[in-house]
Design a protein around this ligand. Sequence first.
Ligand code: HEC
Ligand code: HEC
Ligand code: HEC
Length: 116
Amino acid sequence: MVRKSLLVMSLALVFILGGASNAFAREYADIYMDSTRDSMEKADVKAVLFPHWFHRIRFKCKVCHEDIFKMKRGSNNISMRRIMEGEACGVCHNGQIAWEALYCERCHSTEFEPRQ
Ligand code: HEC
Ligand code: HEC
Ligand code: HEC
């Protein structure tokens, strides 16, 4: 009995913490990216939603961290120029390991959140 209510409590806690970290409901561990918001709006593309989990089940952490990306949200100075030159997402999204970065809306797929 005690055990069961502990389980229920910890599940509720996970739910609350998970909900609090994200204003919008998304798949677990997706990363919303908008540090270049002004340029993205100018170019009329949406914000980027990086499906972290989707990538994590396909690649070991060390494929990306820290050679390609620092493990801190918003700390990687990603630009389309770098991607097209084969850096950041472009290490794989180059038409060889994964589809190339010409399909804008596959990455720029989510509405901007309200400005902080
Ligand atoms: C395909 C590349 C890739 C793989 C594989 C990957 N990550 Fe990440 N990870 C990223 C990117 C991109 C970001 C966001 C960086 C940014 O916003 O500049 C990130 C961010 C993070 C963050 C910071 C989150 C935050 O809120 O600041 C952590 C922690 C992290 N990854 C852990 C992991 C772990 C643990 C694994 C393996 C289980 C892993 N990552 C595998 C690409 C990857
Ligand atoms: C280590 C290689 C690697 C890196 C780095 C990488 N990706 Fe991917 N990504 C892949 C592969 C492989 C796929 C699956 C391609 C396929 O299905 O043809 C994929 C698929 C995707 C998808 C589609 C997911 C789905 O549900 O079908 C999105 C969106 C995406 N990547 C965004 C990004 C973004 C944004 C970055 C940079 C922040 C990035 N990727 C960096 C390898 C990578
Ligand atoms: C593989 C994923 C991916 C694809 C495909 C992609 N982008 Fe991006 N783009 C990103 C990421 C990641 C950022 C940086 C997001 C951030 O941190 O703000 C970005 C940033 C941008 C920016 C702002 C920064 C800069 O470089 O000026 C513009 C504008 C942009 N993208 C336009 C496009 C257009 C247009 C296309 C299609 C031709 C495209 N993107 C395709 C991932 C992608």
